[in-house]
Design a protein around this ligand. Structure first.
Ligand code: 6GU
Length: 243
């Protein structure tokens, strides 16, 4: 998979050399390139922004600078999925990560200030590119870079071969069950007077599965009532309904 990130702070993306995403880059599973937007500015101050039409506070990123950048990094002919991190986007979820992991080429345009002139996304759509304006949650960051890191980690770990054990991807929170993950424990079995739940030491596979599902249901009901409301009632069993 090829990923291009364009930003006025390319150093923000240095963390992508680390951990599993860094390894995926080194082994060639992920061809990730970071570009400095100012490379497409033309004046001697390398200006990328200007005041908003209609007035108001803050600055808006210029469409001409972004246009030249995207002409260079988005493949011609409508291939390539343009992702624009923005607090006014759809909320990014595991479903978006799953879809992006299937793309051959993703370009992430990181805005700063009050955002990017709206004609940039409009022109990319008109040229036939898929364009996703995505937020990572209901709070405001100073720019799209941290959101780009979040999204790249979320879809990058779904690429075949990035996470060593593919089973790690199956049972996790926000997976197909629509539930949060159950609590997990490791050795030692007793620590500072706190015991690992006995059932987990029992070796009784069916009881362990039931216990984990009950804890996942309990936890989801307490922390994410919106996820419980979205569960398919037909997919619940009698024991689930007792929790
Ligand atoms: Cl994607 N960008 C910015 N600037 N703030 C955010 C965000 C993105 N998602 C949540 N807050």
């Amino acid at each position: 998979m090829r990923v291009d990130v364009v930003s006025i702070f390319p150093d923000y993306l240095a963390a992508l050399d680390l951990s599993l995403v860094g390894k995926a880059r080194r082994t060639g599973l992920l061809d990730l390139r970071v570009h400095d937007l100012r490379g497409w500015a033309t004046d001697r101050h390398r200006t990328v922004d200007d005041t908003p039409f209609g007035g108001g506070a803050g600055m808006v990123m210029r469409p001409d600078v972004w246009g030249r950048a995207l002409d260079d990094v988005l493949p011609a002919g409508g291939a390539g999925h343009l992702v624009v991190p923005t607090p006014s986007g759809e909320v990014f979820t595991q479903r978006h990560a799953e879809r992006l992991a299937l793309e051959a080429h993703v370009v992430i345009a990181c805005g700063r200030y009050e955002g990017i002139d709206a004609r940039v996304a409009e022109r990319a759509r008109a040229a036939g590119h898929r364009v996703s304006e995505l937020s990572i949650g209901d709070y405001v960051l100073n720019g799209g870079e941290v959101a780009a890191l979040v999204m790249i980690e979320a879809f990058g770990r779904l690429l075949p071969g990035v996470v060593g054990n593919p089973h790690s991807l199956v049972e996790e929170s926000h997976g197909a069950a629509g539930l949060l993950e159950y609590p997990v424990y490791t050795k030692p079995p007793a620590w500072e007077g706190l015991e690992v739940p006995e059932v987990l030491l029992s070796g009784h596979h069916a009881r362990i599965e039931r216990w984990r599902r009950d804890r996942a249901l309990e936890r989801t009901a307490a922390r994410r009532p919106d996820m419980v409301a979205a569960l398919d009632v037909a997919a619940l069993d009698k024991a689930d309904l007792a929790v």
